[in-house]
Design a protein around this ligand. Structure first.
Ligand code: ZN
Length: 180
């Protein structure tokens, strides 16, 4: 099973390097394993048995691979599952409006939840190569979906969610923003 790098490890703070394209079998396998990890982590029994936590996103630096790729997996509603294995993602557009999760964010690398609003762009357009569909894709995401993408993207630059919480005023209400 993949071992999660925690936030006391320096490599989590490094900027990750671009992945060589075309994608090697090794990198593809790593990314598919990361998706599997997330799928398993959403099974409560599996988590208890293996002593892991549930997650919706996992970036390569979190498993000790400092390359620009990350996995996302979660059910959006009864009919839709959000599932990506993204390589060399780029945010090519963002809204001015921001959004934050009222109850705060969490991270598989951060064992103690840090309280406060993590403001992120309400809407982004991201381009990447995706191992799930095996194509270059363009994702337009808003609200929670946009937050998850930006949280994982930050890991590629060594940024953790609590870096974005205002230390003097963690529950500050920003102009042109909303909470979900
Ligand atoms: Zn994280």
């Amino acid at each position: 099973m993949l071992k999660i790098v925690k936030d006391n490890v320096k490599s989590l703070r490094n900027k990750s390097i671009p992945v060589n394209m075309p994608l090697s079998d090794k990198d593809r396998k790593t990314l598919l394993e990361m998706i599997d990890y997330l799928v398993n982590s959403q099974d409560e029994e599996y988590c208890q048995k293996h002593g892991i936590r549930g997650g919706v996103g996992l970036a390569a630096p979190q498993i000790g691979v400092n390359k620009r790729m990350f996995a996302i997996y979660y059910p959006k509603d009864e009919k839709t599952i959000v599932k990506y294995g993204l390589v060399n993602p780029k945010i090519i557009q963002n809204s001015l409006r921001k959004v934050a999760i009222q109850s705060g964010e969490g991270c598989l690398s951060v064992d103690e939840d840090k309280k406060g609003y993590v403001y992120r762009y309400h809407k982004i357009v991201m381009k990447a190569f995706d191992v799930v569909t095996n194509k270059d894709i363009t994702i337009t995401a808003t609200g929670y979906d946009a937050i998850v993408l930006q949280h994982e993207y930050d890991h590629l630059d060594g940024i953790l969610y609590y870096d974005r919480i205002d230390k003097n005023d963690p529950f500050k209400i920003l102009d042109n923003s909303y909470l979900i």
